[in-house]
Design a protein around this ligand. Structure first.
Ligand code: AHZ
Length: 313
């Protein structure tokens, strides 16, 4: 398929009974896998490459402008939530928004830039469910490289048909609506997110108004981590929009208090907004746990269960 025929490509493929280029058998084109000096690729028009990306990405944006669940942040908590939610409820359209180019948050390393990842029991069950190998040290297990966990959960999540991930995209605000279910009728509920490309979001001080885009969803899960350049986004926004009186602020490190506090405190902190992972420590004023990741996984699973509870209520 060449030149002016590009526009007709979907039709031509359809006529040939082929859904997309990936289903074209090697034999149909002049291509050859030969590592002895005669490796030849199937021919391509440059514009086909552009269109292959553009039509998928913008169709995805079009479709996900109305999502069932938006997860803000693809760190260990957000990804654990996405996996449990998407596998338990394959009917839900789950959209993950991650500000960084690389999803994974702080879970590419263990602690102090060292690579092994410690996970306290019983959160090792999630590792087993994902198929991530680990060494058993009694009360806790160790994954040989944090990236093995992050790469695995990311791969599992991205392979699920009901999940999309928009990385390099920042949530700049929350959508709010009057909450008819509030006691005095004046309450508000979160109803989606306001997004922009992260590189645009980082330039609001240098360029005149660059308005954002929106995604509506009846349930938003915030998993933006503790305070930092981007972290604790929703917790801070809840304060500035008057839905939370003040931040609790993350306390000092105490692994034994911190991990259960985060998991058991994972909940719908404002109507329509579930909070998970270390962002909760800023919201509630609980301790940090440092480099032990079981609470992030279990909190993500609890957030998914909370979302399911909302859909079932
Ligand atoms: O880029 C952020 C990161 O990948 C992303 N994020 C933050 N703000 C965002 C915004 N829009 C879109 N406005 C945003 N994305 O959220 C992700 C948060 O990941 P994380 O790893 O920082 O948080 P987590 O709660 O999943 O895991 C925390 C891991 C920690 S921190 C800690 C300690 O300091 O003691 N201990 C553990 C286990």
């Amino acid at each position: 398929i060449y030149g002016s025929q590009i526009d007709e490509a979907p039709q031509l493929l359809n006529n040939a009974g082929l859904k997309d280029f990936s289903s074209v058998a090697n034999g149909s084109y002049d291509c050859k896998e030969d590592y002895n000096g005669d490796y030849r690729f199937a021919p391509i028009e440059e514009a086909q490459v552009s269109r292959a990306m553009i039509k998928r990405y913008f169709n995805m944006m079009y479709e996900r402008a109305v999502s069932d669940v938006v997860i803000i942040g693809a760190g260990s908590a957000g990804l654990s939530c996405a996996y449990h939610l998407a596998t338990t409820r394959p009917d839900l359209k789950i959209t993950i928004i991650e500000a960084n180019v690389a999803p994974g948050g702080g879970a590419w390393l263990g602690g102090q830039l060292m690579t092994p990842m410690v996970v306290r029991k019983p959160a090792d069950r999630f590792l087993a469910e994902l198929g991530v190998p680990f060494e058993d040290e009694g009360p806790f297990v160790v994954v040989k490289h944090a990236a093995l966990f992050t790469a695995t959960v990311l791969a599992r999540v991205l392979a699920l048909p009901n999940v999309v991930l928009m990385n390099a995209t920042a949530v700049e605000d929350l959508i709010v609506r009057p909450d008819p279910r509030s006691a005095d009728g004046t309450g508000q509920r979160v109803a989606g997110v306001v997004t922009n490309w992260t590189l645009v979001a980082l330039n609001h001080d240098t360029q005149s108004c660059m308005d954002p885009n929106v995604i509506t969803a009846p349930v938003v899960v915030s998993a933006t981590g503790h305070d930092g350049p981007m972290g604790a986004f929703s917790a801070k926004r809840l304060v500035s929009m008057g839905l939370l009186k003040e931040l609790g602020n993350m306390r000092g490190l105490d692994m034994n208090r911190a991990e259960p506090a985060i998991v058991n405190g994972t909940r719908e902190v404002a109507p329509g907004l579930i909070m998970t992972g270390m962002e909760l420590s800023e919201h509630d004023g609980s301790n940090r746990m440092g480099p032990t990741f079981g609470a992030m996984m279990a909190s993500g699973i609890k957030a998914a269960r909370e979302a399911i509870r909302i859909f079932e209520s």
